[in-house]
Design a protein around this ligand. Structure first.
Ligand code: ZN
Length: 157
């Protein structure tokens, strides 16, 4: 007979914080991307994900404890690439909107100033989202195996 002490402990509540919770239902592509673009953990969908502040990051999701690093050394390179793409898309959209709203007399100096502000602020604004978005892309491209889904792999090499 099982008593509460004999049952399997909730891995997400482990006191050392190093054991990941099992993921029983892996999200599809659209859900992964939606979670990544809204700064949620792509694994579990938690809003806190890997961030304790806008720039303060933890190695593991604060809810499910899955690490963002999945046995690779270059996760940050992918996140940086996602950040650059998001910033360039912001610049492109700003230019297109400015041109569409002001045709045929495009005010060049204000448009350049606005685009410059976006170019400087974009990387900081997109910083956490670039991490969660790249995590979602990584999870889609490199599907987790059974051990990773069960939280039996710690994300180290
Ligand atoms: Zn999570």
């Amino acid at each position: 007979m099982l008593t509460p002490d004999d049952s399997t402990p909730d891995r997400a509540d482990s006191t050392d914080g190093s054991v990941a919770a099992p993921i029983t239902e892996f999200p599809g592509f659209l859900r992964l991307m939606a979670r990544g673009l809204t700064r949620r953990c792509p694994w579990c969908g938690d809003r806190r994900a890997y961030f304790t502040g806008w720039f303060a990051r933890t190695d593991r999701c604060r809810r499910c404890r899955h690490p963002y690093r999945r046995g690779d050394e270059a996760f940050e390179l992918g996140a940086t690439t996602a950040n650059i793409i998001l910033t360039f898309l912001s610049i492109l959209i700003a230019i297109l909107v400015a041109v569409a709203l002001t045709l045929p007399d495009i005010p060049t100096v204000p448009v350049v100033v606005i685009v410059g502000v976006i170019a400087l602020a974009g990387p900081a604004i997109w910083y956490p989202i670039s991490f969660t978005l790249w995590q979602a892309v990584d999870l889609f491209m490199r599907r987790p195996d059974a051990d990773e889904m069960a939280g039996r792999r710690d994300g180290t090499l």
